[in-house]
Design a protein around this ligand. Structure first.
Ligand code: PFF
Length: 461
């Protein structure tokens, strides 16, 4: 028997994978998973497209009223079960008098992590490829056409993108294979503070770029006229993706959380840190865009075309451009760890494999699936079905269907299926904070998520 369970409650349960050595380690790990391409690439441009300050305000409300309670729910479920998300859901489903079939929620999470990382790794590979390009001065003095050619040549070459994707996956597997304390924890202890430091360096650069005031007013001027109902829904969806919720990543990390650590306090720290990074990213990117009279609403091309163009026009641009893409690569890397952990923990526990074997197996599967995305931009660009290319289908299925559905089911489980005693025990008693959490988890979060979900799959809106 792998687990000890002589006593009631969870005090006797141990994770097979070890535990975080401190609360700080846990907060850094979840922050590492939360801060990623979603913050640095996506948040700034959707904020810009949706009225800047008004969108930022709605986003903040969503993060606090939906993101925070869902994060607390995921962590408390993970810690109570202390297993991989599949086994945890089966165990708690049974223990709470519901059904072991709740395991399907865990399975959906493992699958989502694998699918998301299959394309996330390809995009992360592009950022890796941009580091030497920036350093070598490829963007210095380049025109829009030059930069576009560099980008299309990169994504159009299946050899280059496959090499970059392979490198990124190999570095992810390398960390995960070393386990919770010697792998994940060591990586985030160094990477997350490094990320913050480098972001501050870039902020200093943006402040002196000449476009800082324009960038700040673009992000914080509250123009409610520019905010649409669709923008509100996008803010909710973004709150989810950016906090890594709805797919068991945070649940898997919660399984390694020491008994005495406050879930409410840790969740609040992560949410604050993730929001700080999103705002910082906007404050770095927009001033550079405005200083060079470029278009802030460029969308997906913002980071890979507009920004290199801005760096190419500025003094020190080759160096700071390289720093920017290093930041983006590190942010993506620590997020990848969270995407792969549910699958690895499941393979270790379910098939009795070593962590090394499990990491290689899960990482290898993701790598192979990722070829579908890598080739979507070149050799297989003509393969179009449902929502578009292979990449577009995987992205749509995961972001718009699996994550909201997973988040909805997780809050319903924590708010409605689990009994009051179980959840209050994990959240440190039945005081006012607990009451507020329970209200948000039972009513507000599920209703709001349902709205996003129905909008995303086109039933309303
Ligand atoms: N939160 C990450 C980002 O904002 O880029 C994306 C992500 C990572 C989603 C890990 C889900 C996850 F488990």
């Amino acid at each position: 028997m792998m687990f000890k369970e002589e006593e009631s409650g969870t005090a006797q349960r141990f994770s097979l994978h070890g535990h975080w050595s401190s609360r700080l380690a846990f907060v850094l790990a979840v922050t590492g998973s939360a801060v990623g391409l979603g913050n640095i690439w996506k948040f700034p441009y959707i904020a810009g497209e949706n009225g800047g300050g008004a969108f930022v305000m709605v986003y903040l409300v969503c993060v606090v009223a939906i993101g925070l309670p869902v994060m607390m729910a995921e962590i408390l479920i993970g810690r109570r079960g202390r297993r991989n998300p599949v086994a945890t859901m089966a165990l708690l489903g049974e223990e709470e008098g519901a059904s072991r079939q709740w395991k399907w929620l865990g399975i959906m999470g493992v699958v989502a992590g694998i699918l998301i990382l299959s394309y996330y790794s390809v995009v992360a590979g592009w950022t890796l490829a941009y580091i030497p390009k920036s350093m070598s001065g490829a963007f210095s003095g380049a025109t829009v056409e030059d930069v576009e050619v560099i980008f299309t040549n990169l994504i159009g070459s299946w050899v280059s993108v496959t090499i970059a994707h392979t490198l990124f996956m190999a570095s992810t597997v390398f960390v995960v294979a070393h386990g919770v304390e010697r792998g994940l924890e060591q990586a985030v202890r160094f990477m997350v503070p490094a990320l913050l430091l480098l972001m501050l360096v870039l902020l200093g650069y943006a402040v002196t770029s000449g476009g800082f005031a324009a960038g700040v007013s673009f992000m914080f001027t509250t123009d409610f006229d520019a905010l649409t109902w669709d923008g509100v829904l996008q803010a909710m969806g973004q709150a989810f993706f950016t906090l890594s919720l709805g797919m068991g990543a945070v649940m898997a990390y919660g399984a390694y959380l020491p008994e005495e650590t406050s879930i409410t306090g840790s969740s609040a720290s992560v949410v604050a840190a993730d929001t700080l990074f999103a705002i910082l990213a906007g404050l770095v990117i927009f001033p550079l865009v405005f200083a060079n009279n470029l278009d802030p609403a460029e969308g997906p091309g913002l980071v890979f075309v507009t920004l290199p163009l801005a760096f190419g026009q500025m003094a020190g641009g080759a160096f700071f451009g390289a720093v920017f893409f290093i930041v983006l690569s590190i942010a993506a890397w620590t997020s990848a760890l969270g995407l792969v952990e549910p699958g690895v923990a499941w393979v270790v526990e379910h098939f009795g494999r070593t962590r090394m074997q499990a990491s290689v197996m899960v990482g290898g599967t993701i790598w192979a699936l990722g070829l579908g995305t890598a080739l979507s931009f070149n050799v297989l660009s003509d393969v179009i079905f449902l929502r578009g290319t292979i990449y577009q289908n995987v992205e749509y299925l995961t972001s718009n269907i699996i994550l909201p559905l997973g988040g909805l089911l997780i809050t319903v489980f924590a708010g409605w299926v689990m009994c009051r005693n179980s959840t209050s025990e994990e959240l440190g008693g039945a005081g006012n904070t607990y009451k507020l959490w329970r209200f948000l988890a039972r009513y507000i979060a599920p209703a709001a998520i349902l709205l996003v979900f129905l909008e995303a799959i086109g039933i309303i809106g």
